[in-house]
Design a binder for this molecule. Structure first.
Ligand SMILES: C=CC1=C(C)c2cc3[nH]c(cc4nc(cc5[nH]c(cc1n2)c(C)c5CCC(=O)O)C(CCC(=O)O)=C4C)c(C)c3C=C
Ligand SMILES: [Fe+2]
Ligand SMILES: [Fe+2]
Length: 343
Protein backbone atom coordinates (compact mmCIF):
# COMPACT_ATOMS: atom_id res chain seq x y z
CA UNK A 1 0.00 0.00 0.00
CA UNK A 2 2.09 2.95 -1.25
CA UNK A 3 -0.19 5.59 0.37
CA UNK A 4 -0.27 4.01 3.83
CA UNK A 5 1.66 5.94 6.47
CA UNK A 6 4.89 4.20 7.44
CA UNK A 7 3.71 4.06 11.07
CA UNK A 8 0.33 2.50 10.14
CA UNK A 9 -0.81 0.30 13.10
CA UNK A 10 -0.93 -3.47 12.58
CA UNK A 11 -4.42 -4.77 11.72
CA UNK A 12 -5.02 -8.24 13.16
CA UNK A 13 -6.80 -11.02 11.24
CA UNK A 14 -10.59 -10.65 11.56
CA UNK A 15 -12.21 -12.85 14.21
CA UNK A 16 -15.55 -13.44 15.89
CA UNK A 17 -15.59 -13.02 19.66
CA UNK A 18 -17.90 -15.06 21.88
CA UNK A 19 -18.04 -13.27 25.21
CA UNK A 20 -19.79 -15.19 27.98
CA UNK A 21 -20.95 -13.01 30.90
CA UNK A 22 -21.88 -13.95 34.43
CA UNK A 23 -22.86 -11.93 37.46
CA UNK A 24 -19.54 -11.53 39.23
CA UNK A 25 -18.28 -12.41 42.64
CA UNK A 26 -16.06 -10.82 45.30
CA UNK A 27 -12.26 -11.09 44.91
CA UNK A 28 -12.07 -12.28 48.52
CA UNK A 29 -14.30 -12.61 51.61
CA UNK A 30 -12.69 -9.91 53.76
CA UNK A 31 -14.68 -6.82 54.70
CA UNK A 32 -13.31 -4.48 52.00
CA UNK A 33 -13.50 -7.00 49.13
CA UNK A 34 -17.08 -7.77 50.13
CA UNK A 35 -17.95 -4.10 50.52
CA UNK A 36 -16.52 -3.20 47.09
CA UNK A 37 -18.46 -6.01 45.40
CA UNK A 38 -21.75 -5.39 47.22
CA UNK A 39 -21.46 -1.65 46.66
CA UNK A 40 -21.13 -2.07 42.89
CA UNK A 41 -23.88 -4.71 42.78
CA UNK A 42 -26.40 -2.99 45.02
CA UNK A 43 -25.82 0.45 43.47
CA UNK A 44 -27.01 -0.92 40.12
CA UNK A 45 -30.44 0.56 39.44
CA UNK A 46 -31.41 -2.48 37.37
CA UNK A 47 -31.05 -4.47 40.62
CA UNK A 48 -32.46 -1.98 43.13
CA UNK A 49 -34.48 0.69 41.38
CA UNK A 50 -35.13 3.12 44.25
CA UNK A 51 -34.11 6.75 43.81
CA UNK A 52 -30.39 7.07 44.66
CA UNK A 53 -31.31 9.99 46.97
CA UNK A 54 -33.27 7.54 49.08
CA UNK A 55 -31.25 4.35 48.58
CA UNK A 56 -27.60 5.47 48.66
CA UNK A 57 -27.67 6.74 52.29
CA UNK A 58 -29.30 3.46 53.40
CA UNK A 59 -26.84 1.41 51.35
CA UNK A 60 -23.70 3.26 52.45
CA UNK A 61 -24.61 3.82 56.10
CA UNK A 62 -26.61 0.73 56.98
CA UNK A 63 -26.35 -2.16 54.49
CA UNK A 64 -22.62 -1.83 53.73
CA UNK A 65 -21.64 -1.57 57.37
CA UNK A 66 -23.25 -4.93 58.22
CA UNK A 67 -23.72 -7.12 55.17
CA UNK A 68 -20.03 -7.43 54.17
CA UNK A 69 -19.46 -9.25 57.50
CA UNK A 70 -22.43 -11.64 57.27
CA UNK A 71 -22.03 -12.30 53.53
CA UNK A 72 -18.23 -12.56 53.96
CA UNK A 73 -18.73 -15.34 56.53
CA UNK A 74 -21.06 -17.15 54.12
CA UNK A 75 -18.54 -16.85 51.28
CA UNK A 76 -15.76 -18.12 53.61
CA UNK A 77 -17.79 -21.29 54.22
CA UNK A 78 -17.85 -22.15 50.49
CA UNK A 79 -14.59 -20.54 49.25
CA UNK A 80 -12.26 -22.48 46.94
CA UNK A 81 -9.17 -21.99 49.13
CA UNK A 82 -6.93 -23.97 46.78
CA UNK A 83 -7.55 -21.57 43.90
CA UNK A 84 -8.15 -18.48 46.04
CA UNK A 85 -11.51 -17.71 44.43
CA UNK A 86 -15.24 -18.29 44.84
CA UNK A 87 -16.93 -21.36 43.32
CA UNK A 88 -18.74 -19.15 40.79
CA UNK A 89 -15.36 -18.04 39.42
CA UNK A 90 -13.87 -21.56 39.32
CA UNK A 91 -16.93 -22.99 37.58
CA UNK A 92 -17.23 -20.13 35.08
CA UNK A 93 -13.60 -20.72 34.06
CA UNK A 94 -14.28 -24.45 33.61
CA UNK A 95 -17.38 -23.74 31.51
CA UNK A 96 -15.53 -21.31 29.26
CA UNK A 97 -12.62 -23.72 28.79
CA UNK A 98 -15.08 -26.41 27.67
CA UNK A 99 -17.04 -24.06 25.38
CA UNK A 100 -13.76 -22.79 23.86
CA UNK A 101 -12.62 -26.35 23.10
CA UNK A 102 -15.89 -27.14 21.32
CA UNK A 103 -16.00 -23.85 19.40
CA UNK A 104 -12.38 -24.22 18.27
CA UNK A 105 -13.08 -27.80 17.17
CA UNK A 106 -16.01 -26.50 15.07
CA UNK A 107 -14.68 -23.17 13.77
CA UNK A 108 -10.91 -23.13 14.39
CA UNK A 109 -9.08 -19.88 15.15
CA UNK A 110 -11.77 -17.75 13.54
CA UNK A 111 -13.50 -17.59 16.90
CA UNK A 112 -12.21 -16.34 20.22
CA UNK A 113 -14.02 -17.38 23.44
CA UNK A 114 -13.66 -15.58 26.75
CA UNK A 115 -15.72 -14.52 29.78
CA UNK A 116 -16.40 -11.38 31.77
CA UNK A 117 -18.39 -10.40 34.84
CA UNK A 118 -21.02 -7.69 35.30
CA UNK A 119 -19.59 -6.73 38.71
CA UNK A 120 -15.97 -7.03 39.79
CA UNK A 121 -13.36 -8.91 37.79
CA UNK A 122 -12.66 -9.61 34.99
CA UNK A 123 -14.69 -6.56 34.03
CA UNK A 124 -16.81 -6.35 30.89
CA UNK A 125 -14.94 -3.28 29.48
CA UNK A 126 -11.53 -4.99 29.92
CA UNK A 127 -12.69 -8.05 27.95
CA UNK A 128 -14.39 -6.06 25.19
CA UNK A 129 -11.20 -4.05 24.79
CA UNK A 130 -9.08 -7.23 24.63
CA UNK A 131 -11.39 -8.78 22.00
CA UNK A 132 -11.33 -5.67 19.82
CA UNK A 133 -7.52 -5.51 20.12
CA UNK A 134 -7.30 -9.18 19.07
CA UNK A 135 -9.25 -8.43 15.87
CA UNK A 136 -12.84 -9.30 16.80
CA UNK A 137 -14.90 -7.43 14.23
CA UNK A 138 -18.01 -9.21 15.49
CA UNK A 139 -18.90 -10.06 19.09
CA UNK A 140 -21.63 -12.41 20.31
CA UNK A 141 -22.38 -11.42 23.91
CA UNK A 142 -23.86 -14.24 25.96
CA UNK A 143 -25.30 -13.47 29.43
CA UNK A 144 -25.38 -16.86 31.19
CA UNK A 145 -28.91 -16.52 32.56
CA UNK A 146 -31.44 -18.98 31.14
CA UNK A 147 -34.37 -16.75 32.18
CA UNK A 148 -34.34 -13.03 31.31
CA UNK A 149 -34.50 -10.53 34.17
CA UNK A 150 -33.83 -6.81 34.07
CA UNK A 151 -31.62 -7.36 37.14
CA UNK A 152 -29.38 -9.85 35.33
CA UNK A 153 -29.61 -10.08 31.50
CA UNK A 154 -30.44 -6.43 30.88
CA UNK A 155 -27.79 -5.02 33.18
CA UNK A 156 -25.15 -7.32 31.65
CA UNK A 157 -26.14 -6.05 28.20
CA UNK A 158 -26.15 -2.41 29.42
CA UNK A 159 -22.57 -2.85 30.63
CA UNK A 160 -21.57 -4.41 27.30
CA UNK A 161 -23.06 -1.48 25.37
CA UNK A 162 -21.31 1.03 27.68
CA UNK A 163 -18.02 -0.75 26.98
CA UNK A 164 -18.64 -0.60 23.21
CA UNK A 165 -19.16 3.15 23.45
CA UNK A 166 -15.45 3.44 24.33
CA UNK A 167 -14.19 1.71 21.18
CA UNK A 168 -12.88 3.61 18.17
CA UNK A 169 -13.50 0.59 15.90
CA UNK A 170 -16.76 -0.73 17.22
CA UNK A 171 -17.47 -4.36 16.32
CA UNK A 172 -20.81 -5.57 14.98
CA UNK A 173 -22.62 -7.16 17.91
CA UNK A 174 -25.39 -9.55 18.88
CA UNK A 175 -26.71 -10.42 22.32
CA UNK A 176 -27.94 -13.94 23.05
CA UNK A 177 -31.61 -14.07 24.10
CA UNK A 178 -32.76 -16.10 27.13
CA UNK A 179 -32.75 -19.86 26.62
CA UNK A 180 -35.26 -20.90 29.31
CA UNK A 181 -37.12 -23.20 26.87
CA UNK A 182 -34.24 -24.44 24.74
CA UNK A 183 -34.65 -28.24 24.39
CA UNK A 184 -30.95 -28.89 25.09
CA UNK A 185 -31.10 -26.87 28.34
CA UNK A 186 -34.27 -28.67 29.47
CA UNK A 187 -32.64 -31.98 28.57
CA UNK A 188 -29.51 -31.14 30.62
CA UNK A 189 -31.72 -30.23 33.63
CA UNK A 190 -33.75 -33.43 33.24
CA UNK A 191 -30.62 -35.59 33.07
CA UNK A 192 -29.28 -33.98 36.25
CA UNK A 193 -32.57 -34.80 38.05
CA UNK A 194 -32.55 -38.38 36.77
CA UNK A 195 -28.95 -38.83 37.92
CA UNK A 196 -29.72 -37.51 41.41
CA UNK A 197 -32.86 -39.64 41.75
CA UNK A 198 -31.03 -42.78 40.58
CA UNK A 199 -28.29 -42.16 43.19
CA UNK A 200 -30.76 -41.66 46.08
CA UNK A 201 -31.50 -44.63 48.35
CA UNK A 202 -35.21 -43.92 47.90
CA UNK A 203 -36.37 -41.35 45.33
CA UNK A 204 -37.45 -37.95 46.71
CA UNK A 205 -41.23 -37.44 46.91
CA UNK A 206 -41.17 -33.84 45.68
CA UNK A 207 -38.76 -31.75 43.60
CA UNK A 208 -38.58 -28.04 44.42
CA UNK A 209 -37.34 -25.90 41.53
CA UNK A 210 -35.99 -22.87 43.40
CA UNK A 211 -35.28 -19.75 41.31
CA UNK A 212 -33.56 -16.58 42.49
CA UNK A 213 -36.30 -14.12 43.40
CA UNK A 214 -36.96 -10.52 42.34
CA UNK A 215 -39.39 -7.99 43.84
CA UNK A 216 -42.97 -8.80 42.77
CA UNK A 217 -43.24 -5.19 41.57
CA UNK A 218 -40.75 -5.98 38.75
CA UNK A 219 -43.19 -8.58 37.40
CA UNK A 220 -46.07 -6.10 37.65
CA UNK A 221 -43.96 -3.55 35.73
CA UNK A 222 -43.37 -5.94 32.82
CA UNK A 223 -40.35 -8.10 33.64
CA UNK A 224 -40.95 -11.58 32.11
CA UNK A 225 -38.69 -13.44 34.57
CA UNK A 226 -41.56 -15.00 36.55
CA UNK A 227 -43.23 -16.40 33.43
CA UNK A 228 -39.97 -17.75 31.99
CA UNK A 229 -39.21 -19.54 35.29
CA UNK A 230 -42.70 -21.10 35.29
CA UNK A 231 -42.21 -22.27 31.72
CA UNK A 232 -38.81 -23.84 32.46
CA UNK A 233 -40.43 -25.75 35.36
CA UNK A 234 -43.32 -26.93 33.21
CA UNK A 235 -41.07 -28.12 30.39
CA UNK A 236 -38.80 -29.90 32.85
CA UNK A 237 -41.80 -31.62 34.48
CA UNK A 238 -43.19 -32.65 31.09
CA UNK A 239 -39.80 -34.00 29.97
CA UNK A 240 -39.63 -36.05 33.19
CA UNK A 241 -43.18 -37.29 32.60
CA UNK A 242 -44.34 -36.23 36.08
CA UNK A 243 -47.70 -35.10 37.42
CA UNK A 244 -48.03 -31.48 38.65
CA UNK A 245 -47.75 -32.30 42.37
CA UNK A 246 -44.24 -33.75 41.93
CA UNK A 247 -42.58 -30.44 41.04
CA UNK A 248 -43.10 -27.16 42.91
CA UNK A 249 -41.73 -23.81 41.71
CA UNK A 250 -40.41 -21.40 44.37
CA UNK A 251 -38.28 -18.24 44.67
CA UNK A 252 -35.40 -17.61 47.06
CA UNK A 253 -32.96 -14.93 48.31
CA UNK A 254 -35.43 -12.22 49.31
CA UNK A 255 -33.68 -8.92 50.08
CA UNK A 256 -35.24 -5.87 51.77
CA UNK A 257 -38.79 -5.16 52.98
CA UNK A 258 -40.76 -5.41 49.70
CA UNK A 259 -42.80 -8.43 48.68
CA UNK A 260 -40.83 -10.68 46.29
CA UNK A 261 -42.05 -13.42 43.97
CA UNK A 262 -43.76 -16.20 45.92
CA UNK A 263 -43.82 -18.86 47.21
CA UNK A 264 -40.58 -18.27 49.11
CA UNK A 265 -38.41 -21.41 49.01
CA UNK A 266 -37.59 -21.39 52.72
CA UNK A 267 -41.29 -21.26 53.67
CA UNK A 268 -42.38 -23.78 51.06
CA UNK A 269 -39.87 -26.48 52.08
CA UNK A 270 -41.03 -26.11 55.72
CA UNK A 271 -44.66 -26.29 54.61
CA UNK A 272 -43.95 -29.45 52.60
CA UNK A 273 -42.19 -31.04 55.59
CA UNK A 274 -45.09 -30.13 57.88
CA UNK A 275 -47.47 -31.68 55.33
CA UNK A 276 -45.57 -34.97 55.69
CA UNK A 277 -42.98 -34.89 52.90
CA UNK A 278 -39.92 -36.72 54.24
CA UNK A 279 -37.70 -36.85 51.15
CA UNK A 280 -37.19 -33.66 49.18
CA UNK A 281 -34.92 -32.62 46.33
CA UNK A 282 -34.10 -29.05 45.32
CA UNK A 283 -32.79 -27.89 41.95
CA UNK A 284 -31.86 -24.29 41.02
CA UNK A 285 -32.49 -23.89 37.27
CA UNK A 286 -31.82 -20.11 37.13
CA UNK A 287 -28.19 -20.52 38.15
CA UNK A 288 -25.83 -21.71 35.44
CA UNK A 289 -23.13 -22.29 38.07
CA UNK A 290 -23.12 -23.14 41.75
CA UNK A 291 -22.56 -20.07 43.88
CA UNK A 292 -23.28 -18.59 47.28
CA UNK A 293 -27.02 -18.71 46.60
CA UNK A 294 -27.03 -22.45 45.99
CA UNK A 295 -24.13 -23.84 48.05
CA UNK A 296 -24.83 -21.76 51.14
CA UNK A 297 -28.46 -20.64 50.95
CA UNK A 298 -30.06 -23.79 49.51
CA UNK A 299 -27.73 -26.49 50.70
CA UNK A 300 -27.27 -25.05 54.20
CA UNK A 301 -30.08 -22.64 55.23
CA UNK A 302 -32.97 -24.15 53.24
CA UNK A 303 -31.75 -27.67 54.02
CA UNK A 304 -31.89 -26.82 57.77
CA UNK A 305 -35.36 -25.28 57.45
CA UNK A 306 -36.63 -28.53 55.88
CA UNK A 307 -35.15 -30.71 58.62
CA UNK A 308 -36.29 -28.41 61.44
CA UNK A 309 -39.85 -28.74 60.13
CA UNK A 310 -39.66 -32.56 60.21
CA UNK A 311 -38.14 -33.45 56.82
CA UNK A 312 -35.63 -36.31 56.78
CA UNK A 313 -33.76 -36.56 53.47
CA UNK A 314 -32.73 -33.44 51.60
CA UNK A 315 -31.05 -33.82 48.21
CA UNK A 316 -29.48 -30.75 46.62
CA UNK A 317 -29.10 -31.25 42.87
CA UNK A 318 -26.03 -29.27 41.77
CA UNK A 319 -26.27 -26.66 39.04
CA UNK A 320 -25.43 -27.77 35.52
CA UNK A 321 -21.95 -26.23 35.88
CA UNK A 322 -19.57 -27.83 33.36
CA UNK A 323 -21.61 -31.03 32.82
CA UNK A 324 -21.18 -32.29 29.26
CA UNK A 325 -24.90 -31.89 28.57
CA UNK A 326 -24.77 -28.28 29.77
CA UNK A 327 -21.74 -27.40 27.65
CA UNK A 328 -23.51 -29.03 24.69
CA UNK A 329 -26.62 -26.94 25.41
CA UNK A 330 -24.67 -23.67 25.74
CA UNK A 331 -22.83 -24.42 22.48
CA UNK A 332 -26.17 -25.15 20.77
CA UNK A 333 -27.47 -21.76 21.96
CA UNK A 334 -24.29 -20.09 20.67
CA UNK A 335 -24.62 -21.88 17.32
CA UNK A 336 -28.25 -20.76 17.00
CA UNK A 337 -27.07 -17.16 17.40
CA UNK A 338 -23.99 -17.30 15.17
CA UNK A 339 -26.15 -17.88 12.07
CA UNK A 340 -24.71 -16.04 9.06
CA UNK A 341 -21.52 -15.06 10.91
CA UNK A 342 -19.66 -18.35 10.43
CA UNK A 343 -20.06 -20.93 7.70
C1 LIG B 1 -30.97 -6.98 46.10
C2 LIG B 1 -31.53 -7.41 45.07
C3 LIG B 1 -31.14 -8.55 44.24
C4 LIG B 1 -31.81 -8.92 43.07
C5 LIG B 1 -33.02 -8.26 42.44
C6 LIG B 1 -31.10 -10.06 42.56
C7 LIG B 1 -31.46 -10.76 41.40
C8 LIG B 1 -30.79 -11.86 40.89
N1 LIG B 1 -29.55 -12.35 41.27
C9 LIG B 1 -29.24 -13.49 40.53
C10 LIG B 1 -28.09 -14.27 40.64
C11 LIG B 1 -27.16 -14.20 41.67
N2 LIG B 1 -27.21 -13.39 42.79
C12 LIG B 1 -26.11 -13.64 43.59
C13 LIG B 1 -25.80 -13.02 44.78
C14 LIG B 1 -26.49 -11.95 45.33
N3 LIG B 1 -27.70 -11.41 44.91
C15 LIG B 1 -28.02 -10.31 45.69
C16 LIG B 1 -29.13 -9.46 45.53
C17 LIG B 1 -30.04 -9.48 44.44
N4 LIG B 1 -30.07 -10.35 43.39
C18 LIG B 1 -26.97 -10.15 46.65
C19 LIG B 1 -26.89 -9.08 47.70
C20 LIG B 1 -26.01 -11.15 46.42
C21 LIG B 1 -24.66 -11.33 47.12
C22 LIG B 1 -24.61 -12.34 48.10
C23 LIG B 1 -25.20 -11.89 49.38
O1 LIG B 1 -24.73 -10.92 49.96
O2 LIG B 1 -26.19 -12.51 49.78
C24 LIG B 1 -25.32 -14.66 42.96
C25 LIG B 1 -24.08 -15.33 43.52
C26 LIG B 1 -22.76 -14.62 43.33
C27 LIG B 1 -21.62 -15.40 43.94
O3 LIG B 1 -20.54 -14.84 44.05
O4 LIG B 1 -21.71 -16.57 44.32
C28 LIG B 1 -25.96 -15.01 41.78
C29 LIG B 1 -25.49 -16.01 40.74
C30 LIG B 1 -30.33 -13.71 39.64
C31 LIG B 1 -30.40 -14.87 38.64
C32 LIG B 1 -31.29 -12.70 39.86
C33 LIG B 1 -32.58 -12.41 39.21
C34 LIG B 1 -33.19 -13.09 38.37
FE1 LIG C 1 -28.81 -12.07 43.30
FE1 LIG D 1 -45.75 -15.07 35.14
Amino acid sequence: MPDAPTDHPAVPTAKIGILVANLGTPDNYDYWSMRRYLNEFLSDRRVIDYSPWLWQPILQLVVLTKRPFSSGANYKSIWNEEKGESPLMTITKEQVTAIRAQMHAQYGDRVMVDFCMRYGNPSTPSKVKAMVAAGCEKILFFPLYPQYAGATTATANDQFFRALAEEKWQPAVRTVPPYFEHPAYIEALAQSVERAYAAAEEPPEVLVASYHGVPKRYLMEGDPYHCQCQKTSRLLRERLGWSEDKLVTTFQSRFGPEEWLKPYTVEEVARLAEAGVKRLAVIAPAFSADCIETLEEINEEIHEAFEEAGGEHFTYIPCLNSDDAHVKALCAVIDDNLGGWVA
